[in-house]
Design a protein around this ligand. Structure first.
Ligand code: NAD
Length: 440
């Protein structure tokens, strides 16, 4: 059976592939029993959900589990007793690199890039949680190396494959509300911390490998309930705030539907930086160059924390429109489309769209699509060629949070802020020596 890599670096297989045939993706051999052997880095929290969803594919064999927290590792191992276990992903690759085919990265944001890059350097397909990376430079590099390696990749924005989001993309691209001039996107979640640096500390739990959890970040003492699990999102060294957390889901549909590229600039309204946490509330404005779906330029505004949802006086809302806690609003020349984070797209003014029939869409499993792509039977829809630029745009807004009210002029080709040299220092982190990986 012939197969080749397409322009986006994905495996393109002939249509007649039998569903049980494992097509070797570039750089690795098929497993002996024809199943895709997966290795999972981070198996608690969302990693547990990722593990269940990927393991539910009938052609997957969970081969390796890796987590820095032994309690979480043991819970996952109970579900997959045949899998090998590790606490350190670097050891996992050096000891067992030939015994698995594909890698799932579900760690906190600061470990996405080093773990995913190590997988790519071993020619492994990667499913990586969102946002693709913590730093702008990392997103650029993952996209480049994934294209060079030609292995299937997918970012963990599972709603990208859901019927409402797919339908919304189709509706916008059919021109139902005409050319779009503005997007407003918001989340009333609050993944920020406005307080001072932490002065207390304690010994980490015996079950947690704290140095491995810190990974590429500078060493510091463990503080209970501040970092692990989940709370790291609020802190600038580890997470990306509400914009990086929920924004990736909520930015995705407008970014995809409007076929946006890199923003021209980004500007944030928030409190002054503290050097510790992301601001608890932000308004981030962007300007994007126009596309076939937009007016000459596109203005995009993000609101989070207490700034969300935006107030009607901030928007020219259709009369009587109640905004959900999380979602986006497309402002077109011929109407509005509201897309709740969970729910179907709605068109306004209602009277104008009373007889509108929304298009049918095909529903796919975001997870199984990646597994099928690894087996040469599908293409992923949120590969790193798409996820990279989306994440770069989003993270520019996170960088802008550190320079309130300053408009950061962006040269995407050169990967630099042209009017504020100090902002460029926040595009790329210096990794601790022992966690260096080629390409980053
Ligand atoms: N797609 C979604 O809907 C969705 C939802 C929630 C979280 N997420 C994403 O999933 C990721 C994890 O978030 P979470 O809320 O589960 O965080 P968490 O802190 O609850 O869990 C992270 C897991 O990774 C483990 N871990 C940490 N560092 C590790 C390392 N170096 N090597 C191996 N394991 C490591 C932790 O022990 C823990 O089990 C984040 O990137 C987050 O943005 C996505």
């Amino acid at each position: 059976m012939a197969f080749s890599l397409d322009r986006r670096g994905f495996l393109k297989a002939g249509a007649a592939l039998a569903s049980t045939t494992l097509v070797p993706v570039r750089g690795r051999a098929a497993s002996p029993n024809g199943r895709l052997r997966t290795a999972h880095i981070g198996v608690g929290g969302m990693g547990g959900a990722d593990l269940r969803s990927i393991a539910s594919h009938p052609q997957v064999e969970v081969a390796v589990l890796c987590d820095v927290d032994q309690t979480r590792l043991a819970a996952a191992h109970e579900q997959h007793p045949g899998a090998k276990t590790f606490q350190d992903y670097r050891e996992m690759f050096s000891a067992l690199g030939d015994s698995f085919d594909a890698v799932v990265v579900s760690t906190p944001d600061h470990t996405h890039a080093p773990a995913a890059m190590m997988a790519l350097q071993h020619d492994k397909p990667v499913y990586c949680q969102k946002p693709l990376t913590h730093e702008v430079f990392e997103a650029r590099q993952l996209r480049k190396v994934a294209a060079q390696k030609g292995v299937p990749t997918q970012m963990g924005i599972q709603v990208h494959s859901s019927a409402p989001y797919r339908r919304a993309v189709k509706m916008i691209q059919s021109g139902v509300i005409g050319k779009v001039s503005q997007v407003h996107a918001w989340s009333n979640k609050n993944w920020g911390y406005d307080g001072p640096a932490f002065t207390t500390s304690a010994a980490p739990p015996e079950t947690l490998a704290w140095n491995l959890w810190l990974g590429v970040c500078d060493e510091r003492p463990y503080v209970p309930e501040v970092y692990h699990p989940g709370q790291w999102r609020k802190l600038i060294d580890f997470g990306t705030g509400t914009l990086g957390d929920m924004g990736v889901h909520i930015f995705d549909t407008p970014y995809d539907a409007l076929q946006l590229t890199a923003p021209r600039w980004a500007k944030t309204t928030c409190r002054p930086p503290t050097g510790v946490g992301h601001p608890t509330q932000n308004i981030v404005e962007y300007e994007f160059p126009g596309t076939a779906q937009t007016t000459d330029t596109l203005r995009w505004t993000w609101y989070d924390g207490d700034f969300a949802p935006p107030k009607s006086e901030q928007l020219q809302l259709p009369e009587g429109l109640q905004l959900p806690g999380q979602g986006s609003l497309f402002v077109g020349e011929g109407g509005y489309m509201l897309l709740p984070h969970v729910g179907e797209p709605q068109l306004f003014p209602e009277k104008q769209f009373r007889d509108y029939q929304p298009p049918e869409v095909e529903v796919v499993s975001h997870y199984h699509q990646w597994v099928d792509a690894c087996r040469g039977e599908a293409k992923t829809s949120a590969g790193f060629d798409y996820a990279g630029p989306l994440t770069e745009a989003l993270l520019l807004g996170v960088v802008a949070n550190r320079f309130p009210e300053k408009q950061l002029e962006w040269d995407a080709e050169q990967l630099q802020v042209t009017n504020l040299p100090e902002a460029n220092e926040l595009l790329r982190r210096k990794y601790r020596e022992e966690f260096q990986v080629a390409g980053l």
